[in-house]
Design a binder for this molecule. Structure first.
Ligand code: HEC
Length: 118
C-alpha cells in the first residue's frame, strides 16, 4: 500500500512536470510572430498574397516572390536587409522602426514558403 502510494505520487509529479513543459512550449509558440499574418497585413497589398506583385508595383521593380529564379538569387539575409532598409525612391517602405528582428525573420520564412513547389 505504502509503495503504491509513493509510486503514484512520483507518477503524479512526472505528469505535472510534463504539463509544465508543455505549457512553456506552447507559450513560446504563441509568442512567435506570425509571418503569414504580418505579410498579409503589411506586404500583400503590393507584393500579392501569393507573391505575385500587383502590376503597378511590379512596374516599380517589385519582383514576384513566387518566382523560382528570384528565390534562388536571394539569401535570407539579403531579403531581410531589403525589408529593413526598403527603397523609398521606388516606394518600397523601410521597416526598420516598424518591425522587430523576430517579425522580419518570420516574414522571410513566409516569403520562402511562397516559392513554387518543385
Ligand atoms: C507600397 C508598396 C509596397 C509595400 C507595402 C511593400 N513593398 Fe516590398 N517592394 C515594393 C517595391 C516597389 C519594390 C521594388 C523596389 C526596388 O526595385 O528596389 C519592393 C521590393 C521588395 C524587396 C526586394 C526585392 C528584391 O528583389 O531585392 C523585398 C524583399 C520586399 N519588397 C519585401 C517586402 C515585405 C516583406 C513587405 C512587408 C513588410 C513589403 N515589401 C512591403 C513595394 C512594396
Amino acid at each position: 500500500m505504502e509503495i503504491a502510494m509513493r509510486m503514484s505520487r512520483r507518477h503524479c509529479a512526472a505528469v505535472l512536470a510534463a504539463l509544465w513543459l508543455f505549457s512553456l512550449a506552447s507559450a513560446a509558440l504563441a509568442a512567435a510572430p506570425d509571418g503569414k499574418a504580418l505579410y498579409a497585413t503589411k506586404c500583400a497589398m503590393c507584393h500579392g498574397t501569393d507573391g505575385t506583385a500587383a502590376e503597378m508595383w511590379s512596374k516599380k521593380g517589385a519582383p514576384n516572390f513566387n518566382d523560382a529564379a528570384w528565390q534562388k538569387g536571394k539569401t535570407d539575409d539579403t531579403i531581410a536587409k531589403s525589408i529593413v532598409d526598403g527603397n523609398p525612391a521606388k516606394m518600397m517602405p523601410s521597416y526598420k522602426d516598424k518591425l522587430t528582428a523576430d517579425e522580419i525573420h518570420a516574414i522571410v520564412k513566409h516569403l520562402r514558403s511562397l516559392a513554387p513547389s518543385k
